[in-house]
Design a binder for this molecule. Structure first.
Ligand code: DNO
Length: 358
């Protein structure tokens, strides 16, 4: 297992590589070229730049999150072949610099989705929040406006302006796309990509839908164990893997997270571990990583991964905003560093129990 920490890049993150290096146990940064639009090839020079910046601080760059998928691939349009060809070039370029895992998602239009980015909790911290009732009462346009006002001029990953500028056109295009169609389009993509990824020594790791259910009538296909099974069995390749995201899958109380983690450990090259607290009406807030603070069995998931021989990368996921930190929503230093230490503590306890050497 290698512990990692997400970093948005020089000039694009409030956190520095120096700070990340000082968190105990961190081996690498999870990174991306956030300004390269989906569908374009990532230039070698830009990749090299990030890799050398991180290496100067003794941090590896083996995990990329995400190389985003162009909407035409998800929609299965004829133009998808050009975008798939570009994706293959990006994988080849990344492999030259030692990248081992590429996280991606297949969510139509919106990536992750919340109604509030700074919802105040009882202890005065703030965190990302999903208000189930509010979602039902808002139009997609109202949601985007709400998010833009909330972000304080930061571009959120997954909420890039170019992705959202033709919302209406995209919604129209998806009107007739069923979940079966979307899965067929994903399968088409994976059949093309996996052989190249295998040659490059890269594992593709699909990220679950966040939240793991349909919103605004859009199809979603990475919601639960059955979906994961369908995707992993659609293309039989070691490069067809899963990003196990406990917070995304944990957005639905019907997902048995320990069971999913145990069943698919060998197909999970990358795990995002965080907690969410449910309120009983479908709404949830992102709590601290501590098991007792939320509804996700964090220590149980770590044990399941450990017991099943997990040897991939883990990162703490979204944190709360604490100690007056001003940061990207969900991506401050303090709470994620606390979460990371908790995850390492849980992992080390399993190592210790197994070794019986106290
Ligand atoms: C949000 C993230 C997602 C994730 C993508 C992976 O904070 O968890 O944006 O990076 O869905 O493709």
């Amino acid at each position: 297992m290698q512990m990692t920490f997400r970093w948005y890049g020089e000039g694009n993150d409030t956190i520095t590589l120096k700070q990340i290096r000082q968190i105990p146990g961190v081996k690498g940064v999870v990174w991306a070229l956030h300004d390269v639009p989906a569908g374009e090839v990532w230039p070698v020079g830009r990749i090299e730049e990030v890799v050398s910046q991180a290496n100067q601080y003794g941090l590896n760059t083996e995990v990329v999150e995400s190389v985003n998928i162009h909407e035409d691939i998800k929609l299965g349009l004829p133009s998808r072949d050009n975008y798939i060809a570009a994706y293959k070039e990006t994988l080849k370029n990344l492999s030259q610099y030692g990248v081992k895992v590429v996280c991606y998602n297949f969510m139509p239009v919106f990536d992750w989705f919340r109604t509030d980015l700074y919802k105040e909790a009882e202890d005065g911290s703030t965190a990302l929040y999903f208000d189930a009732k509010k979602v039902l009462s808002l139009t997609p346009e109202e949601v985007v406006k709400n998010m833009e006002e909330n972000t304080k001029d930061l571009t959120l990953p997954g909420w890039e302006p170019e992705r959202l500028k033709d919302l209406k056109r995209l919604f129209d295009l998806y009107k007739h796309v069923t979940e079966e169609d979307l899965l067929a389009n994903l399968t088409y993509f994976l059949k093309e990509i996996c052989p190249v990824a295998e040659e490059c020594g890269i594992k593709m790791a699909i990220h679950p839908d966040d939240p793991p259910f349909s919103i605004f009538g859009l199809p979603r296909i990475v919601k639960n164990k059955q979906d994961i099974h369908s995707i992993l069995s659609a293309v039989d390749s070691p490069s067809n893997g899963l990003t196990f995201c406990s917070g995304s899958l944990g957005g639905s109380l019907s997902n048995d997270l320990i069971d999913i983690a145990s069943t698919y450990t060998s197909r999970i090259p990358f795990a995002h571990i965080r907690n969410v607290k449910h309120f009983g009406d479908g709404s949830f807030i992102e709590s601290s990583h501590l098991t007792e603070d939320g509804s996700v069995p964090i220590t149980g998931i770590i044990k399941a991964l450990y017991d099943n021989g997990f040897d991939g990368y883990i990162r703490p996921d979204h944190g709360r905003h604490i100690w007056d930190e001003v940061c990207r929503p969900g991506y401050g230093l303090y709470d994620r560093a606390l979460g990371l230490m908790y995850l390492l503590g849980a992992w080390d306890t399993n190592v210790l129990m197994k070794s019986s050497q106290y």
